[in-house]
Ligand binder design. Structure first.
Ligand SMILES: Nc1ncnc2c1ncn2[C@@H]1O[C@H](COP(=O)(O)OP(=O)(O)O)[C@@H](O)[C@H]1O
Ligand SMILES: [Mg+2]
Length: 239
Protein backbone atom coordinates (compact mmCIF):
# COMPACT_ATOMS: atom_id res chain seq x y z
CA UNK A 1 0.00 0.00 0.00
CA UNK A 2 1.17 3.52 -0.80
CA UNK A 3 2.37 5.51 2.21
CA UNK A 4 0.12 8.10 3.81
CA UNK A 5 -0.34 11.53 2.28
CA UNK A 6 0.66 14.76 4.02
CA UNK A 7 -2.15 17.28 4.56
CA UNK A 8 -1.19 20.92 4.27
CA UNK A 9 -3.92 23.57 4.48
CA UNK A 10 -3.26 27.32 4.50
CA UNK A 11 -5.76 30.14 4.77
CA UNK A 12 -8.68 27.96 3.67
CA UNK A 13 -11.97 29.83 3.52
CA UNK A 14 -15.26 28.47 2.26
CA UNK A 15 -18.77 29.89 2.14
CA UNK A 16 -22.10 28.50 1.01
CA UNK A 17 -24.70 30.55 -0.80
CA UNK A 18 -27.89 30.75 1.19
CA UNK A 19 -30.88 32.68 -0.08
CA UNK A 20 -29.64 36.17 -0.88
CA UNK A 21 -26.55 35.98 1.36
CA UNK A 22 -23.85 33.48 2.16
CA UNK A 23 -22.90 31.34 5.16
CA UNK A 24 -19.24 31.15 6.08
CA UNK A 25 -18.33 27.52 6.84
CA UNK A 26 -14.53 27.83 7.01
CA UNK A 27 -12.81 31.09 7.84
CA UNK A 28 -9.04 30.92 7.49
CA UNK A 29 -8.07 27.36 8.39
CA UNK A 30 -4.39 26.41 8.69
CA UNK A 31 -3.66 22.75 9.28
CA UNK A 32 -0.78 20.32 8.90
CA UNK A 33 -1.06 16.58 9.33
CA UNK A 34 2.10 14.61 8.61
CA UNK A 35 2.18 11.66 6.22
CA UNK A 36 0.86 8.62 8.06
CA UNK A 37 -0.53 10.79 10.88
CA UNK A 38 -3.66 9.98 12.85
CA UNK A 39 -5.66 13.09 13.70
CA UNK A 40 -9.01 13.69 15.38
CA UNK A 41 -11.24 16.64 14.62
CA UNK A 42 -13.74 17.92 17.18
CA UNK A 43 -16.14 20.84 17.14
CA UNK A 44 -19.79 21.57 17.74
CA UNK A 45 -22.43 21.07 15.09
CA UNK A 46 -22.02 23.62 12.29
CA UNK A 47 -18.34 24.27 13.12
CA UNK A 48 -17.30 23.31 9.57
CA UNK A 49 -15.97 19.79 10.14
CA UNK A 50 -17.83 18.13 7.26
CA UNK A 51 -17.01 21.02 4.96
CA UNK A 52 -13.31 20.62 5.75
CA UNK A 53 -13.52 16.87 5.05
CA UNK A 54 -15.44 17.46 1.81
CA UNK A 55 -12.67 19.79 0.62
CA UNK A 56 -9.82 17.51 1.74
CA UNK A 57 -11.60 14.61 0.03
CA UNK A 58 -12.02 16.43 -3.27
CA UNK A 59 -15.82 16.60 -3.07
CA UNK A 60 -15.78 20.41 -2.96
CA UNK A 61 -13.16 22.55 -4.70
CA UNK A 62 -11.51 24.96 -2.23
CA UNK A 63 -12.75 28.51 -2.75
CA UNK A 64 -9.89 30.40 -1.12
CA UNK A 65 -6.54 29.36 0.32
CA UNK A 66 -4.30 26.43 -0.44
CA UNK A 67 -4.99 22.75 0.15
CA UNK A 68 -2.25 20.26 -0.68
CA UNK A 69 -2.63 16.53 -0.06
CA UNK A 70 0.46 14.46 -0.84
CA UNK A 71 1.78 16.07 -4.01
CA UNK A 72 -1.64 17.22 -5.20
CA UNK A 73 -2.59 20.90 -4.98
CA UNK A 74 -6.39 20.69 -4.78
CA UNK A 75 -6.85 24.39 -5.42
CA UNK A 76 -5.65 23.76 -8.98
CA UNK A 77 -8.14 20.96 -9.68
CA UNK A 78 -11.75 21.01 -10.84
CA UNK A 79 -14.28 18.36 -12.00
CA UNK A 80 -12.36 15.49 -13.60
CA UNK A 81 -9.12 16.28 -11.80
CA UNK A 82 -10.87 16.16 -8.42
CA UNK A 83 -12.62 12.91 -9.38
CA UNK A 84 -9.26 11.35 -10.29
CA UNK A 85 -7.79 12.59 -7.01
CA UNK A 86 -10.70 11.04 -5.03
CA UNK A 87 -10.34 7.73 -6.88
CA UNK A 88 -6.60 7.48 -6.42
CA UNK A 89 -6.10 8.93 -2.96
CA UNK A 90 -9.14 9.09 -0.68
CA UNK A 91 -11.29 6.66 1.31
CA UNK A 92 -14.45 8.03 2.95
CA UNK A 93 -16.30 6.67 5.97
CA UNK A 94 -19.61 8.30 6.94
CA UNK A 95 -21.81 8.32 10.03
CA UNK A 96 -24.72 6.71 8.15
CA UNK A 97 -22.52 4.08 6.47
CA UNK A 98 -23.80 4.83 2.94
CA UNK A 99 -24.11 1.18 1.95
CA UNK A 100 -26.48 -0.01 -0.79
CA UNK A 101 -29.23 -1.93 0.99
CA UNK A 102 -30.00 -4.36 -1.82
CA UNK A 103 -26.38 -5.49 -2.21
CA UNK A 104 -24.48 -7.96 -0.03
CA UNK A 105 -21.41 -6.92 1.97
CA UNK A 106 -19.26 -8.46 -0.75
CA UNK A 107 -21.10 -6.61 -3.55
CA UNK A 108 -20.92 -3.28 -1.69
CA UNK A 109 -17.15 -3.53 -1.40
CA UNK A 110 -16.62 -5.05 -4.84
CA UNK A 111 -18.52 -2.17 -6.43
CA UNK A 112 -15.90 0.23 -5.06
CA UNK A 113 -13.07 -1.88 -6.49
CA UNK A 114 -14.39 -1.26 -10.03
CA UNK A 115 -12.73 2.16 -9.89
CA UNK A 116 -9.35 0.45 -9.56
CA UNK A 117 -9.74 -1.01 -13.09
CA UNK A 118 -8.15 -4.25 -11.87
CA UNK A 119 -9.23 -7.44 -13.66
CA UNK A 120 -12.32 -9.09 -12.14
CA UNK A 121 -10.53 -11.97 -10.32
CA UNK A 122 -8.11 -9.51 -8.71
CA UNK A 123 -11.01 -7.31 -7.62
CA UNK A 124 -12.79 -10.29 -6.07
CA UNK A 125 -9.59 -11.30 -4.27
CA UNK A 126 -9.08 -7.77 -2.94
CA UNK A 127 -12.73 -7.57 -1.82
CA UNK A 128 -12.49 -10.82 0.13
CA UNK A 129 -9.16 -9.80 1.67
CA UNK A 130 -10.65 -6.48 2.82
CA UNK A 131 -13.76 -8.08 4.32
CA UNK A 132 -11.47 -10.51 6.08
CA UNK A 133 -9.27 -7.62 7.31
CA UNK A 134 -12.27 -5.89 8.91
CA UNK A 135 -13.37 -9.12 10.58
CA UNK A 136 -16.30 -9.90 8.27
CA UNK A 137 -14.90 -12.88 6.38
CA UNK A 138 -17.93 -14.86 7.57
CA UNK A 139 -20.52 -12.22 6.65
CA UNK A 140 -19.83 -11.64 2.96
CA UNK A 141 -23.31 -12.64 1.73
CA UNK A 142 -25.19 -10.58 4.34
CA UNK A 143 -27.01 -7.45 3.25
CA UNK A 144 -26.70 -4.28 5.37
CA UNK A 145 -30.15 -4.94 6.92
CA UNK A 146 -28.86 -8.29 8.16
CA UNK A 147 -25.83 -6.77 9.88
CA UNK A 148 -25.44 -4.85 13.15
CA UNK A 149 -24.49 -1.16 13.06
CA UNK A 150 -20.89 -1.95 13.94
CA UNK A 151 -20.73 -4.59 11.21
CA UNK A 152 -22.20 -2.17 8.67
CA UNK A 153 -19.53 0.36 9.51
CA UNK A 154 -16.90 -2.35 9.06
CA UNK A 155 -18.24 -3.03 5.57
CA UNK A 156 -18.08 0.72 4.89
CA UNK A 157 -14.46 0.77 6.11
CA UNK A 158 -13.60 -2.17 3.83
CA UNK A 159 -15.21 -0.24 0.98
CA UNK A 160 -13.19 2.87 1.86
CA UNK A 161 -10.01 0.80 1.51
CA UNK A 162 -10.91 -0.61 -1.92
CA UNK A 163 -8.70 1.87 -3.79
CA UNK A 164 -5.82 1.55 -1.28
CA UNK A 165 -6.24 5.20 -0.22
CA UNK A 166 -3.37 7.29 1.13
CA UNK A 167 -5.89 9.32 3.14
CA UNK A 168 -8.90 8.07 5.11
CA UNK A 169 -11.50 10.66 6.05
CA UNK A 170 -14.05 9.45 8.60
CA UNK A 171 -16.94 11.83 9.40
CA UNK A 172 -18.43 10.83 12.78
CA UNK A 173 -17.95 7.12 11.99
CA UNK A 174 -19.17 6.10 15.45
CA UNK A 175 -22.02 8.63 15.66
CA UNK A 176 -24.66 5.94 15.12
CA UNK A 177 -23.09 3.17 17.16
CA UNK A 178 -23.39 1.96 20.73
CA UNK A 179 -20.31 2.27 22.93
CA UNK A 180 -18.95 -1.24 22.38
CA UNK A 181 -19.40 -1.12 18.58
CA UNK A 182 -17.89 2.36 18.51
CA UNK A 183 -14.81 1.12 20.35
CA UNK A 184 -14.50 -1.79 17.91
CA UNK A 185 -14.72 0.51 14.89
CA UNK A 186 -12.14 2.94 16.29
CA UNK A 187 -9.78 0.09 17.17
CA UNK A 188 -10.19 -1.22 13.62
CA UNK A 189 -9.33 2.20 12.16
CA UNK A 190 -6.28 2.40 14.43
CA UNK A 191 -5.18 -1.09 13.44
CA UNK A 192 -5.59 -0.38 9.71
CA UNK A 193 -3.71 2.89 10.18
CA UNK A 194 -0.84 1.08 11.89
CA UNK A 195 -0.72 -1.73 9.32
CA UNK A 196 -1.20 0.32 6.16
CA UNK A 197 0.42 3.62 7.06
CA UNK A 198 -2.35 5.73 5.53
CA UNK A 199 -3.06 9.19 6.97
CA UNK A 200 -6.32 9.20 8.98
CA UNK A 201 -8.58 12.11 9.98
CA UNK A 202 -11.53 11.20 12.21
CA UNK A 203 -14.33 13.57 13.16
CA UNK A 204 -15.84 12.72 16.51
CA UNK A 205 -17.87 14.23 19.36
CA UNK A 206 -16.39 11.70 21.75
CA UNK A 207 -13.50 13.10 23.83
CA UNK A 208 -12.12 9.67 24.66
CA UNK A 209 -11.97 8.75 20.98
CA UNK A 210 -10.44 12.10 20.06
CA UNK A 211 -7.86 11.71 22.83
CA UNK A 212 -6.54 8.49 21.33
CA UNK A 213 -5.39 10.27 18.17
CA UNK A 214 -1.75 11.40 17.97
CA UNK A 215 -2.92 14.83 16.81
CA UNK A 216 -6.06 16.54 18.13
CA UNK A 217 -7.67 19.39 16.28
CA UNK A 218 -10.56 21.54 17.49
CA UNK A 219 -12.65 23.60 15.11
CA UNK A 220 -15.05 26.37 16.13
CA UNK A 221 -17.07 28.53 13.76
CA UNK A 222 -14.84 27.72 10.83
CA UNK A 223 -11.56 28.36 12.65
CA UNK A 224 -9.00 26.09 14.25
CA UNK A 225 -9.21 26.65 18.01
CA UNK A 226 -6.37 24.42 19.01
CA UNK A 227 -4.24 21.68 17.59
CA UNK A 228 -2.25 19.53 19.95
CA UNK A 229 0.18 16.89 19.02
CA UNK A 230 2.00 14.15 20.81
CA UNK A 231 4.37 11.42 19.68
CA UNK A 232 2.73 9.17 17.14
CA UNK A 233 1.12 6.19 18.87
CA UNK A 234 1.31 7.69 22.34
CA UNK A 235 -2.00 7.60 24.14
CA UNK A 236 -3.29 4.92 21.85
CA UNK A 237 -3.48 1.22 22.40
CA UNK A 238 -3.47 -1.24 19.58
CA UNK A 239 -5.71 -4.32 19.44
N1 LIG B 1 -24.54 22.65 1.25
C1 LIG B 1 -24.65 23.65 2.12
N2 LIG B 1 -25.38 24.75 1.83
C2 LIG B 1 -25.48 25.78 2.69
N3 LIG B 1 -24.87 25.82 3.88
C3 LIG B 1 -24.14 24.76 4.24
C4 LIG B 1 -23.99 23.63 3.39
N4 LIG B 1 -23.19 22.72 4.01
C5 LIG B 1 -22.87 23.27 5.19
N5 LIG B 1 -23.43 24.49 5.34
C6 LIG B 1 -23.27 25.40 6.49
O1 LIG B 1 -21.88 25.51 6.74
C7 LIG B 1 -21.62 25.48 8.13
C8 LIG B 1 -20.69 24.32 8.46
O2 LIG B 1 -21.39 23.10 8.21
P1 LIG B 1 -20.69 21.67 8.37
O3 LIG B 1 -19.37 21.69 7.69
O4 LIG B 1 -21.66 20.65 7.92
O5 LIG B 1 -20.48 21.61 9.96
P2 LIG B 1 -20.22 20.35 10.92
O6 LIG B 1 -19.90 19.16 10.09
O7 LIG B 1 -19.10 20.79 11.82
O8 LIG B 1 -21.49 20.17 11.69
C9 LIG B 1 -22.97 25.40 8.82
O9 LIG B 1 -23.37 26.70 9.14
C10 LIG B 1 -23.86 24.82 7.76
O10 LIG B 1 -25.20 25.21 7.94
MG1 LIG C 1 -20.77 17.30 9.96
Amino acid sequence: MAAGATISVKGLAHAFRSGSGSVSALDGVDLEVPAGGYASLMGSSGAGKSTLLAILGGLEPPQRGSVVVGDTDLSRLRGDGLARYRRSTVGFVFQHFGLIGTLSALENVELATILTRLPRPARRARTLALLHAVGLGQRTTHKPGELSGGERQRVAIARALANEPRLILADEPTGNLDEASARGVIELLEQLHAERGCTVLVVTHNRAIAGRASQQIALSRGRILAATCHQSGEGRRSG
